[in-house]
Design a protein around this ligand. Sequence first.
Ligand SMILES: *Cc1c(COP(=O)(O)O)cnc(C)c1O
Length: 397
Amino acid sequence: MSKLSTTLIHHPYTPPATFAAPQPGVFKASTVFFADVAAMRARDWKTKAGYTYGLHGTPTTFTLEERLATLEGGTECLLVPSGLAAITLVAFAFLKTGDEVLIPDNAYGPNKALATGELANFGITHRLYDAMNPADLAAKLSHRTRLVWVEAAGSVTMEFPDLPALVDICRARGVMTALDNTWGAGLAFAPFDFNGTGQGVDISVHALTKYPSGGGDVLMGSVVTRDERLHRALKLTHMRMGFGAGVGDVETLLRSLPSIALRYAAHDRAARELAGWLNGCEEIAQVLHPALEDSPGHVHWRALCGATDLAAGLFSVVFDARFSTEQVDRFCDSLKLFRLGYSWGGPISLVVPYDIGLMRDASVARWPYKGTLVRFSVGLEDVDDLRADLQQALARM
Ligand SMILES: *Cc1c(COP(=O)(O)O)cnc(C)c1O
């Protein structure tokens, strides 16, 4: 007769095959059991044919991966612990010593920091290009270029590039493209099938931290492809680097993903209303929101996202140059509903002032504005309350 400690550990349990509920079951595991030694020896951790180890996938992570692949119109997906880890996974899977990666100068900043601070240590070089000038990308491609990043809209400055043109240039030269699709979220446009043409990027990276989570609480990223060969390479690197996502976080994502389209549309509607209103305020020199007609790249946004008419809940403003940094800081500090904080995609509206001069390489393209830039991430509060908050903060400036 076993001792109580053993009996408790080996207490019988069979997963309930007939239990049905709105949310999928949550399976937590590092260890996964094999039926016998032969099954253990025959394990296949490269595909979803079976389960081998928690880090390599559970029914719960596979379910979320399949849903995210569907969201973005891909066939394969890998989960990683953050959006930045998704960018890192792509870099480590495909770049080796002597290779060069091209990154838009208006890309998500830590992508550039990864190149300068880490990839450089492995003899991998990078060049920054002007995403709004396809000829600049074409001129910077070389026999060493292995990977080109694209992003739409640009991080913080919100320029919308001619994505199909950038991707065409790379495809003509046989260079792989990876999109940071956090802004579009798989909803504003189809990353693997621009406007139903069947053309698109090779890899789509998504910071699930933003709209898929929608709570401002979970960090996660995904890498989606529809190319089995690329996916295999990513999967191997993913396993070698131990990049699994925590199952508790995966559960949260499975809970919030069903409402992403409703939330995205609501964030978008409110952001457009506030951006349009700020466009008429004399304190503001320029509103940067791709759906506004005089915003950089508006025509490209219209061409790629016109069918969905979606544009996320983010926009930036450049204050009139007569306002000092201190005055713009006071504006940000005076906001009550908009909180100071990084990231976006949650229910609470956020604001961040940026010094674009420090973020851009002047040799790539000249930043044309003088005033301070402030980025807004519009949450899910009532839009009239948000407008009143902006109005009182402008008055205090
Ligand atoms: C937030 C963000 C990331 C990184 O996501 P984390 O989960 O915070 O690492 C990557 N790209 C873009 C465009 C982002 O906004």
